[in-house]
Design a protein around this ligand. Sequence first.
Ligand code: ZN
Ligand code: ZN
Length: 110
Amino acid sequence: MTTCTCLSMECREAHSKPFTLPPDKKCPVCGYSNTLRAIATVHYLVRDVNGNLKGYNGNYRPACGVALKDINNATGDIRAANCPECLKAHPPEPVLATEESPTLPPPDEN
Ligand SMILES: [Zn+2]
Ligand SMILES: [Zn+2]
């Protein structure tokens, strides 16, 4: 799986979050493939006594549970992380003023 962001106009308006895709990449939202850009996955580090990454205040591990040897980038700053699984495990603080965004409808097949 590759972490991608989609640069099509439709997607910029529909969603701005990175998503993971299999290698035969096609944007799940707009269906284009030449608008996708692979981006480096940055995992979010959480404190865990059993984590095997030594940090300032203890041990850390990636929130999504991926093995440290398999990752290249990680951060303790949730705003800088983009791993979808890490963000699912530790979503950033919700912005209180925004309403719950509805689920995206499936792309129009016509
Ligand atoms: Zn797209
Ligand atoms: Zn992760």
